[in-house]
Each structure stands twice: as C-alpha cells, then as structure tokens.
Design a protein around this ligand. Structure first.
Ligand code: NAD
Length: 378
C-alpha cells in the first residue's frame, strides 16, 4: 500500500513524549495503514530528557528551543506534552506555525484557555485532536458498539471513572501535577477527567447539571530536597450528574480519584439498561461483561483478545495494553486527518475538550457552593 509520509515533532519529551516515540517506533505493526508517521524532531528544556531520544533512529533534530522545531517546514504534526499552564501558549504557537496538533489533556489549564485554543484551531483551519487513549482498548470499543447496537434497551444508569492509588503514599514526592499553579484549579479533574468524559460526550450524554464533591486529602508532600511543600490540588472528585437520553433524565455518576485504595490506572465504564448492560474496567483488561436478561439474570464474562479498530500484526488472541491503546489512538488521529476514519471512534475533538472544561468549571462552583449547578453549553 502507498503510504503518505507525515513527519512529526514532539514538544515536551517526558513521560508522554516517550510514549508517542514508542508508538511511532513500531508504526510498521499497523496493517495496511495509509500513513507512515515518523518522529523527526524533539524539543525539551531538559537535556537529559532530550538525550533519551538519541536511541530513536528517525529523530534528526534535538533542541531546547521550540521555535527551532516549529520553523522546520518538514514537520506537519506536532505532539505537545507539557504541563497544563503551558498548553495555551504552545498549542497556539504550533497552530500559528501552520502545523496540525496532537494535544494533551486537559487542553488548557481552564475553560477560558480551552475555548481560546479551540477558537484559534477553528480560525486557522488546523486539524487538532486531544489525547484520551482508553476508549481505544478492545473492551472499551465493545462498550461503544454495545451502546450503538441498541441491545441495552432504555438506558437507566451510567457510571464511569478513572482511579489511581499511588498518592496513597504520603511520602511520594511532589511534582507539577500536584500544584494548582501548573496543573490547574481543577486538580484531579484536569488529570483524569478527559479520559472519563470521552465516551459519554461522544455518545451525546452531556451532563445537564452537576453536584460535585471535591476532596483535598493529602495537603503536604516531600519536596524532594529534604523538606515539605504544599500539595494544593484536589485529590479526588466525585460528580453526580444528570444526562438526557431519549427525553428521559438518567443519572450519570463519575469519579476521578488519585486516592482510590489499590487502584492502578483503573479506567472503567458501566452502562445499565432495561434489556441489557455492559461493563469494562482496565483492572481486568481482557474482561468484557455483558448482561443477559433471561429468566435467570446473569452477567456473562467474555475474554477479549486484541480486536482493535486499526488492525496490527498482533494475533487476535493476544491481550492489549496501554501501549496498544495509545498507538490505536494515534492511528485514529492520522486516519481522521486523512479523512478516512469512516464510522470508527475518533479522538477527543476541541469542542469536546471545551465541554469537559465547562463541566469541570461547574463542578468547582458546585463544590464551592455545596449546591447543584445547571450547565449551559455554548
Ligand atoms: N494521555 C495520558 O494518558 C497522559 C498521561 C500522563 C500525562 N498526560 C498529559 O501529558 C502532558 C505532559 O505530561 P507528562 O506526564 O508527559 O509530563 P512530564 O513532566 O513527564 O514531561 C513534561 C516534559 O516537558 C518538559 N518541559 C517543561 N517545560 C518545557 C518547555 N517550556 N519547553 C520544552 N519542554 C518543556 C519537561 O522537561 C518534561 O520533560 C500533560 O498535559 C499531562 O496531563 C497524559
């Protein structure tokens, strides 16, 4: 198959920059894929971070100056994986340089920034999508198919969440993600919320109102230099929302938690209906649970393999993991950019990212006033 070569640059070569490099590094594993995405340039202020990319043979430009990277005419797509307070400035400059953007969540530090980034993308006509990879796991894809099939009947109840536990350790040193100045006032919602909202928003389940309980549980952390420093972000967020489906109001309960005992990156979604139901949790990545409404009701466990939207060389009985769904998400990005996504599930759009910020902003207000907040979308 003739492949369209797309050269990619990274700004922010930390945890997620490396994930992108790794996914592009085994791009050939995608079967008959119309785009050959190649990592060509990396920018990071930290020279040690840059050094890691020396083992990536396709990289030709290593720089601490992002303007040098943006001036490279061979690059068409830039992945920006920077702390949240830098999103607006860097995303905007990427777009103004005439590049398409793979953005990281939460797509700006707050609602205002997200709206401005989305507006710039629209005005300049650039192709922009935001990262959220969990829906590209086979189990999550089956959840989407189950909802779209109508087999669930009248949807009665929706639950979704993303739970971490490493912050249970009070001695875990602080990092930028635990400081509002860099992470945003929305705290854990900015870190985990986009992942939780991606499928609901795409299904059209927009919360009409929210009652939020936000918790600051651990407020001091080691500063990594022998002292202690303030940890001022919301650790846990529990959102009770109402969504309208076919003229009926349905409860949708959402949780985003950094202190969820025993949970290591557990992303889940559960949808219950009058005729069926479906549940998936990355805690048990192979398991898809389907509800059977027989005379005796039961939950059927199906062991999944790697049935992915963009097939790869990986055998269909082999299980999928984080690296696989991240690569699938990028495949969705490049396929949609080519206009070839068809009816497959796509990455978070700027409009969805702005909506998620609207919900987080409303959640902050709800918590502050201990009241239910009606949400009006623009
Ligand atoms: N999709 C996901 O599952 C996922 C997971 C973790 C983080 N994220 C998101 O990815 C983004 C980055 O998070 P991370 O975990 O990779 O952070 P990180 O701290 O590991 O990496 C950030 C990198 O940016 C560099 N940097 C900082 N300021 C810079 C500047 N002005 N110019 C160039 N480089 C600069 C740092 O040196 C660091 O190497 C955030 O938006 C975060 O929310 C997404």
């Amino acid at each position: 198959m003739q492949q369209n070569i797309v050269q990619v640059g990274i700004i922010g070569g930390g945890l997620m920059g490396k994930e992108l490099a790794s996914a592009l590094g085994r791009w050939f594993a995608l079967n008959d894929f119309p785009v050959k995405a190649e990592l060509k340039a990396v920018c990071d202020l930290d020279v040690n971070a840059l050094q890691w990319y020396e083992k990536v043979p396709s990289v030709k430009l290593y720089t601490t100056n992002y303007k040098e990277l943006l001036a490279d005419p061979s690059l068409s797509v830039i992945y920006v994986a920077l702390p949240h307070h830098l999103h607006k400035k860097y995303y905007t400059e990427v777009l103004e340089a005439g590049k398409d953007l793979i953005a990281e969540k939460p797509f700006g530090i707050d609602y205002q920034s997200a709206s401005e980034i989305a507006e710039t993308a629209e005005q300049l006509g650039r192709f922009v999508r935001c990262s959220s990879e969990m829906p590209f796991l086979p189990g999550a894809q089956r959840v989407i198919q189950e909802v779209q099939s109508g087999r669930i009947g009248r949807i009665m109840d929706i639950k979704a969440g993303f739970c971490h536990s490493s912050d249970m350790d009070p001695m875990k040193p602080i990092n930028w993600k635990r400081k509002s100045e860099f992470c945003g006032e929305i705290g854990v919602m900015g870190d985990l919320g986009m992942h939780v909202f991606h499928i609901p928003l795409r299904m059209g389940w927009l919360p009409k109102r929210v009652f939020a309980q936000l918790q600051k549980i651990i407020t001091q952390r080691p500063d990594g230099k022998g002292g202690w420093t303030e940890c001022d972000t919301w650790n846990n967020a529990s959102l009770a929302t109402a969504v309208e489906i076919d003229g009926e109001e349905i409860p949708m309960m959402l949780e985003m938690k950094r202190l969820a005992p025993g949970e290591t990156n557990s992303w889940y979604i559960e949808i219950y209906g009058t005729e069926g139901g479906v549940k998936f949790n990355t805690k048990d990545t192979k398991a898809l649970w389907l509800f059977n409404k027989g005379k005796e009701q039961s939950w059927q466990r199906i062991d999944l393999g790697s049935q992915v939207a963009f097939p790869t060389i990986t055998g269909s009985i082999f299980e999928a993991g984080f690296a696989d769904c991240f690569m699938q998400m990028l495949a969705a990005y490049f396929m949609e950019r080519e206009g070839l996504l068809e009816n497959r599930f796509g990455c978070v759009t700027p409009a969805e990212a702005v909506m998620s910020h609207k919900i987080f902003q409303s959640a902050l207000l709800s918590h502050q006033n201990k009241s239910v907040v009606e949400i009006a979308y623009d």
